[in-house]
Design a binder for this molecule. Structure first.
Ligand code: GAL
Length: 635
């Protein structure tokens, strides 16, 4: 099935006087917008007091949009409960780990385990579902916003205990898994267990990890309740929610992705320039991998940079280039936060598709040109999208574990390690996906395992089978160290992977000063005392101990990098492992089924290995791409 790509963004008409709405729709049409997300934060305008609904304004907005031919992702506004709700149910306000009960006045001030919040969420969902189930503008349901706010209150504690009973069955198993013999933490009654609240010194790492797992599952239970209700009312309408990315691993996205009808991500690179292009490719490859061959959607991006100390517009052309990176990787559309930049409120400095200046602006012209371009690209709706040659293991549980207390180095950064692996492959033009450690690993040219601190026995067996079957595995330091309860695997590191890698690590030696490795450049942060048990040393530390090793196992090869290399050094390992790509620096070429997307992220003209007619301009592509340009070709 071939449908047009979605194009649009969050539309918050409740922030504007009604006179603006007609202009909004006219401008949306001018920009080629065909989908807007409405009502994400409008709970207080929809239900100004308990059970009293004021849908009139939303009826008018949806009517205007439908008349303009614009479809709607209608939001269930549970991410921001109204003040009346919080005053009536103070027990449903978030409590931080320090025991501070937050108040309303921002957003996300809820406890997902509070019964009153769960009830109120279902009530507003039912009211919206029943009212708009047959509305011609309704294209999808957008539940909540960026799930991920933990609460440490007594409701959360009770739900955490119920979750733990389900997981462990009895207290003996929990005491064992959490190593409660340490520091006199043995639990003799379930009632003694709390979320990891502020305490005197280091918390229990297994308890902290289980709480992260619980928060993800508890939020998923909330999502499922809304989803099931909406499915009952509108079985044909997909239900989604937008994942938050960046440095915040809020939920277990692999698990969630089997529950949503459409994987949707928000992507805010910290940019600008090449760093933003790399981060965009990373986010889009993650989304595509989570979606596992199903459609997915870039639900939010911005026309400017919003993270970090300085906010500013994207450079000319960047909005389109980032959008094409997502579409190339199979996004079924391009959406922004938000349509019109707010004039007041906490995000009044967050950019919009229509900036404060109005439509007579560079940003709106770029937004409109992008809308026109997207109309010329057919959307992918089924089948594998992009054939990956390499996979990187990605596991939020391992990330949470690697954020535990008292690690041998406080500078261990799982996200940075994974991003480095992806960045180096991206620069070499190697099409890459992500995989969960326990997932099937088909015949990728290589599987990269950056700093995967926690690993299950099942995952370790999976990796062994991949190597024995002929695969190339590249494991980096601080992988395979603990079991799923963050207990260290004894007998030498990296416990679960020793046999695969043909090494035993006797000691970790975090580095203060960098050291130089011949051929592989500068090593920082970390070093290890590695003994060879079948592997050979490919690089050695200045003292003579193995730093990078290689081990033949079955029909495959397992590489180990026992320190943090810089990008050229890591690239060199991949080259030695047979994974060199043939990419043109700064130019990204992605094949999405029968279309090839080429994006030049540099300021110079560059060669592109692409022939054919550009679907956007209708002009032939002559093997070169101008500064900052992009083409979409059906070869
Ligand atoms: C997103 C969020 C939006 C908006 C945006 C601003 O993460 O979903 O609601 O806050 O950030 O940066």
């Amino acid at each position: 099935m071939c449908m047009p790509l979605w194009y649009g963004g969050d539309y918050n008409p409740e922030q504007w006087p009604e006179e603006v709405w007609a202009e909004d729709v006219a401008l949306m049409r001018r920009a080629g917008v065909n989908l807007v997300t409405v009502g994400v934060f409008s709970w207080s305008r929809l239900e100004p007091s308990e059970g009293r609904y004021t849908f009139g304004w939303l009826d008018r907005v949806l009517g205007l949009l439908a008349d303009g031919g614009i479809r709607v992702g209608l939001a269930v506004p549970t991410a921001s409960p109204p003040p009346w709700f919080s005053l009536a149910h103070p027990d449903a306000l978030t409590v931080t780990r320090d025991g501070v009960r937050l108040t309303h006045g921002s957003r996300d001030t809820y406890c997902v385990s509070a019964p009153a919040y769960r009830e109120a969420s279902l009530r507003i969902t039912r009211a919206l579902g029943e009212r708009y189930r047959d509305h011609p503008a309704l294209a999808m349901w957008h539940v909540h916003n960026e799930y991920g706010t933990p609460c440490h209150c007594d409701h959360a504690a009770a739900a955490f205990r119920a979750w733990l009973r389900e997981r462990y069955g009895g207290l003996d198993a929990l005491n064992d898994a959490w190593t409660t013999a340490f520091w006199s933490q043995h639990y003799s009654d379930w009632a003694q267990i709390t979320p990891p609240r502020a305490t005197q010194y280091l918390p229990n790492p297994a308890q902290a990890l289980d709480f992260r797992r619980f928060v993800s599952d508890e939020m998923l239970a909330h999502f499922r309740e809304q989803r099931d209700l909406l499915r009952e009312l509108t079985p044909e309408v997909p239900v989604t929610t937008n994942y938050v990315l960046a440095g915040w691993a809020s939920v277990d996205h692999w698990k969630w992705s089997t529950e949503v009808d459409l994987v949707a991500i928000d992507d805010y690179p910290s940019g600008p320039g090449m760093a933003a292009a790399e981060q965009t490719a990373f986010a889009a490859d993650l989304a595509r991998s989570w979606a596992g061959g199903r459609p997915w959607l870039l639900m939010e991006q911005a026309t400017g940079y919003v993270l970090g100390p300085r906010k500013g517009p994207k450079e000319p052309g960047e909005i389109a280039r980032h959008s094409m990176q997502h579409v190339a990787r199979g996004s079924t559309g391009v959406m922004f936060f938000q349509w019109r930049a707010s004039r007041g409120g906490a995000e009044q400095w967050h950019p919009g598709m229509v900036p404060h200046t109005g439509p007579d602006s560079r940003v709106f012209r770029e937004v409109s040109a992008l809308g026109e371009a997207l109309e010329r690209i057919p959307a992918p709706y089924d089948g594998p999208l992009v054939e990956a040659e390499a996979a990187i293991l990605w596991d939020e549980e391992a990330w949470w574990a690697a954020q535990g207390p008292g690690l041998p180095s406080s500078e261990i950064d799982y996200l940075a390690a994974v991003q480095q692996a992806h960045r180096v492959l991206w620069r070499q033009g190697v099409p890459t996906c992500f995989a969960h450690p326990s997932h099937d690993l088909p015949a990728y040219r290589a599987v990269l395992v950056p700093s995967l601190y926690l690993i299950s026995d099942e995952a370790a067996r999976n990796l062994a089978a991949y190597v024995e079957g002929g695969g190339t595995l590249v494991v980096s330091f601080f992988s395979g160290i603990t079991d799923e309860h963050t207990r260290i695997r004894l007998g030498g590191y990296p416990g679960a992977l020793r046999e695969i890698l043909g090494i035993t690590v006797e000691e970790f030696r975090p580095l203060g000063e960098p050291v130089e490795l011949p051929e592989f450049g500068r090593a920082t942060l970390w070093s290890e005392v590695v003994h060879l048990d079948g592997a050979e040393a490919v690089a050695r530390y200045p003292g003579g101990g193995p730093a990078v090793t290689c081990h033949r196992l079955g029909d495959g090869t397992a590489w180990y990098v026992s320190t943090r290399l810089d990008d050229p050094g890591y690239a060199q390992v991949l080259t030695r492992a047979g994974l060199a790509g043939s990419g043109v620096p700064g130019v990204e070429v992605v094949r999405r089924r029968d279309l090839v997307f080429a994006v030049n992220h540099t300021e110079d003209e560059r060669p592109v290995p692409v022939q054919g007619t550009d679907l956007i301009t209708g002009k032939p592509v002559g093997g070169r791409l101008g500064p900052g340009g992009y083409v979409v070709v059906r070869p």
